[in-house]
Design a binder for this molecule. Structure first.
Ligand code: NAD
Length: 359
């Protein structure tokens, strides 16, 4: 059988390795930047301070008001700060919320962006940006993608074990969902399995010893590869379900990913057996869904929606909203399917086998 696929890749320069934050000044100079605004939250204050020092005379200011879900008003404030500083470029140091704020500013002002991620969220490799007004909405615009991404695992040792496990769950979701999207290719399937292998190997070591730089490096590498396939394949039913639950019931974004992923994987498994067999092999288990569920348990991450604060009486409405969200799945999705799936996730059951369940 011949192989055919179309993949849109982004022109991002990736600098990866322990201590690579030291390259920041050179990378900014290479981009021709002379007035850089550094965006970082207070939880990354030490790394932000180093970024300012490394930029030296090229640093034009700092913006440290970062909030989850990138509120529109905050983007306006950051745009004003960039204009006031007469910035000709941005450096973000932080997780998905910080990168997202930087992308929001880039969308308005068209400035070059150097992203320095400090979690496993993966926004740094994509052209997707989300802002929240009345509702959270995401758009795709290649101009918001960073020019340079600096991955320095040393900056992730301060991420607490529980947040590391959840953020790792978010990265796993990027890789696993990529395998069943319409844009899938042999490259994506191969790299998604590689991301899952690296994350499943590294995350238990990270949780056991948060200062272990080798484990941090392996986990960040896995998250980078997961983000790469996310940017190529896009997102479907699993991410839509997480956004419905996160947006409407205020469940934590990364925790919702961790709880739901095994159940959505079990649901789609009959339609994509080969791709998920590769993921199961990467996890060292018989099925991908069971392996993901077991990994979450091993990491001490939540495995049920009840713990995350999902109201049981809202499961029917959530199933209807998720069905209406139109997230892609490689098999037909009915409200009844989603209601069963949510019931399993709510109770924290082992993912069911869907071969015999109604489609
Ligand atoms: P986050 O950026 O909100 O960070 C979570 C918490 O960890 C925050 O309190 C932050 O201050 C703290 N933190 C970050 N790095 C730290 C470190 N090294 N040490 C100590 N504390 C640290 O959350 P996140 O999970 O990184 O990102 C989630 C957001 O990213 C969501 O809004 C999601 O929608 C978005 N996202 C976007 C894309 C995309 O392609 N656009 C992809 C993935 C996620």
């Amino acid at each position: 059988m011949s192989t055919e696929f179309v993949t849109q890749m982004l022109p991002i320069r990736v600098v990866f390795g322990i201590g690579t934050l030291d390259h920041l000044g050179d990378e900014a100079a290479e981009l021709g930047l002379d007035r850089v605004l550094v965006i970082a939250s207070p939880s990354n204050a030490a790394a932000a301070q180093r970024a300012v020092a490394l930029l030296g005379r090229r640093c034009a200011g700092r913006f440290d008001d970062v909030r989850q879900h990138v509120p529109e008003t905050l983007v306006s404030d950051a745009v004003a700060a960039a204009q006031q500083a007469d910035a000709d470029g941005l450096v973000t140091v932080g997780g998905g919320s910080t990168t997202g704020l930087g992308k929001g500013v880039v969308h308005d002002l068209g400035l070059p962006l150097v992203a320095v991620p400090t979690t496993y969220a993966g926004s740094e490799m994509t052209a997707i940006f989300g802002v929240t007004g009345e509702h959270k909405r995401a758009a795709h615009d290649p101009r918001v993608a960073p020019q340079v991404v600096i991955y320095d695992p040393a900056l992730t040792t301060s991420l607490p074990p529980s947040l590391s496990a959840l953020s790792g769950g978010n990265a796993l979701a990027h890789a696993v969902e990529a395998t069943w999207m319409p844009q899938v290719s042999p490259t994506i399937t191969h790299l998604a399995a590689e991301a899952v292998r690296a994350l499943a190997d590294a995350l238990p070591r990270v949780v056991a010893a948060p200062d272990d730089l080798a484990a941090r490096s392996d986990a960040l590498y896995g998250a980078h590869v997961a983000a790469l396939v996310l940017s190529w394949a896009g997102v479907g039913l699993h991410h839509k379900l997480c956004h419905v639950l996160g947006g409407t019931y205020r469940l934590d974004h990364a925790a919702a990913h961790t709880v739901l992923l095994p159940h959505v994987t079990a649901f789609v498994a009959p339609a994509v057996p080969d791709a998920l067999a590769a993921i199961a092999r990467a996890l060292g288990t018989n099925t991908a869904a069971a392996g993901l569920h077991r990994l979450a348990q091993r990491l001490g991450a939540p495995t049920d929606l009840r713990t995350l604060g999902m109201p049981e009486e809202s499961l029917d409405t959530a199933a209807q909203a998720a069905a209406a969200s139109g997230g892609y799945a490689p098999r037909p999705v009915g409200v009844q399917d989603l209601r069963l799936l949510l019931d399993d996730a709510f109770a924290g059951r082992t993912p069911r086998s869907w071969e015999t369940a109604p489609a």
